[in-house]
Design a protein around this ligand. Structure first.
Ligand code: FE2
Length: 222
């Protein structure tokens, strides 16, 4: 089933079978760049699989889980917050959070990324971490030491910048912090290109792809 429409058959009374076409609740957002735009750090093959199979799979599964339920009326963020920590809603949370996380991850990367953050963000980084290199080291450490699958994040926690890591589908929204950028460290994000060398993927992302402008926009809207 694609991410645009869902079709379900419904029998109404004794009448004929009615095919009901329901609007899809959640749609896979388009990538903000071409599939080959993140090479050589992230190959076209990885991006095609990651976005077209894994990311799309989360969105499709989420739609299957929530269509026809009260969850269908929520925003993706509301859905994440409403289902977090509730065992009975774990499948919905996992797919909703992964849909949110991936949409955020794609925007956290940029062809020609890396470099120096915009001044307002750089000033906050310097006051919190001392300098940009220290933040990059903390982000790299979070991303490489996370055990198993998950995410490394730069967040705004109250008035303070912090680096955090979350396992599996978890994200910082549930801790009421504001994500500024993220790095996906699930194996599907790097294994085709780097095999078991997660640290090389993380270094490539931080040095060449990280979208400081996106983080600065998120900071300015906080
Ligand atoms: Fe992923």
């Amino acid at each position: 089933m694609d991410a645009q429409t869902q079709v379900s058959g419904t029998t109404v009374g004794a009448g004929p079978k009615v095919t009901q076409v329901a609007a899809t609740v959640f749609v896979l957002p388009p990538l903000p760049y071409a599939e080959n735009a993140l090479e050589p750090v992230i190959s076209t093959k990885t991006l095609r699989l990651h976005y077209g199979k894994h990311n799309k799979g989360y969105v499709d599964t989420l739609n299957q889980l929530v269509t026809g339920t009260p969850f269908a009326d929520m925003s993706l963020k509301q859905l994440v917050l409403s289902t977090a920590g509730k065992a009975e809603y774990a499948p919905i949370f996992n797919n909703a959070a992964q849909a949110w996380n991936h949409a955020f991850y794609w925007r956290s990367l940029s062809p020609g990324g890396g470099g120096v953050p915009p001044l307002a963000l750089k000033t906050r980084i310097d006051s919190t971490f001392g300098d940009l290199e220290t933040l990059k080291e903390e982000l790299s450490a979070a991303a490489t030491t996370l055990f198993g699958s998950g995410w490394a994040w730069l967040v705004l926690d109250g008035a303070k910048l912090r680096v955090v890591k979350t396992g599996n589908a978890e994200n910082p929204l549930t801790a009421y912090t504001k994500p500024l950028l993220t790095i996906d460290v699930w194996e599907h994000a790097y294994y085709v290109d780097f095999e078991n060398k997660r640290a090389d993927y993380v270094k490539g992302v931080i040095d060449k792809l990280i979208n400081w402008e996106f983080a600065a926009e998120n900071l300015s809207s906080a």
